[in-house]
Design a protein around this ligand. Sequence first.
Ligand SMILES: Cc1cc2nc3c(=O)[nH]c(=O)nc-3n(C[C@H](O)[C@H](O)[C@H](O)COP(=O)(O)OP(=O)(O)OC[C@H]3O[C@@H](n4cnc5c(N)ncnc54)[C@H](O)[C@@H]3O)c2cc1C
Length: 418
Amino acid sequence: MMPMHVIVIGAGVTGTATAWYLRAAGIDVTLVDAADLPARGASAANGGMLHASHAEPWNAPGVSWDLLRYVGRDSSPLLLRPRALPGILPWGIEFLWNSRRSRFERNTLHNARLAEYALRQLRDLQRQLQLDFQFVESGILKIFQDPESLRRNRSASQAMADAGVRFEDWDSERVAAEEPALAPIAHRLCGALYFPDDAIGNAAAFTRELATAAQHAGVRWCPNTRVTRWRLFRGHINGVETSAGPMAADAVVLASGFAAPELLRQLGLRLPVAPVKGYSLTLDLPEVWRPRLPIIDDANKVVLTPLGGQLRLAGTAEFTGTDLRLNPSRVANVLAQCRRTLPRLPEYFDAATMEPWTGLRPMSARGTPILGPTRVPGLFLNTGAGHLGWTFACGSACLLRDSVLGVDPALPLDPFLL
Ligand SMILES: Cc1cc2nc3c(=O)[nH]c(=O)nc-3n(C[C@H](O)[C@H](O)[C@H](O)COP(=O)(O)OP(=O)(O)OC[C@H]3O[C@@H](n4cnc5c(N)ncnc54)[C@H](O)[C@@H]3O)c2cc1C
């Protein structure tokens, strides 16, 4: 039977999109968040990239060696804090287990199909709602200094062709011609891949605009409301206890990002999702200095995204538990990496206008998001999207809607189930 009233926990980009699509299907929806505004968590200031081309999970074959190399190294883009180790041990074992080549390749394809579907849904939604979130269908340029890395990325992109990922091979002259901001480092590049179907957009602006549209469409928005416990009747979820009192529902969608495992533990369910910290810096930059294209620099492990009148720099992956403090040395690290990509960057911006930010990606040990029904009737999940949550948001929300409605989803749900 189709549920009449659904509570969605978490108003990040994932939960807000889920609330929107459920409501659009005629369901009565309440969206609750512990914060005062939508997009206060990982969706607040991410890299802004909407990229099916980047669908590879982070647990690529060989990741265990990388992690060991980077234990405690503050200057590296990947950082594993020894004190975080005990907390992520079972997750870490599963993360490494999924780095076996066959699993990694299968999961990459699942992600690429979901991302491609998600971007189609986002484009349809944008045609319908005309939201203001600095959405640009610019494509994304990935640059390389190491021929082996370029070769590996090219063959990974070829493998994703099935999922609709298209790319062009650019040499360094073409890179300098198409993106003059990269001319000073073009001599160091061995080539680049340009993904014409990728796009960019401001995830926080999208989430807040969509939350407003959802309220106009009838979604009940409950800010400053922390969900603390489940309400069950004969083993079926029939609501939640919150800091603002009890709420009844026919079904609940848990979309609370990295915090989801904690609530699920009360039901005896283990959700293999861990927080992976990242940083971004947002700078005011005059148009003449801003790169025209969004750039992923493979060598420096950073992304540079022109968003409206600003440039967003993002990077680093840190296993450090749920510590959300801004660490000045990590901020400096992202800036230093970006200066290697745009060597004249320091001349261009006023450091006083720079907005540093840090967020916790909800990373599943499998490398694919976790979504769909659970063995507890009435409980659905939509989390674990890791470094791709903005890209996946509209796709995972549509699959979740279909799952709640009990209709056939556009993609098989099996790869994403808990
Ligand atoms: C530095 C960085 C760069 C990134 N760049 C990109 C990118 O370029 N492209 C891309 O696709 N993805 C990117 N990501 C990943 C993406 O930002 C995340 O995957 C996505 O934001 C996750 O969204 P979410 O809605 O699942 O979680 P969140 O945005 O964290 O939302 C979860 C919400 O749940 C609420 N909540 C938690 N517990 C409770 C509770 N008990 N009761 C009520 N509310 C609760 C929180 O307050 C929060 O608002 C990046 C992430 C980082 C950190």
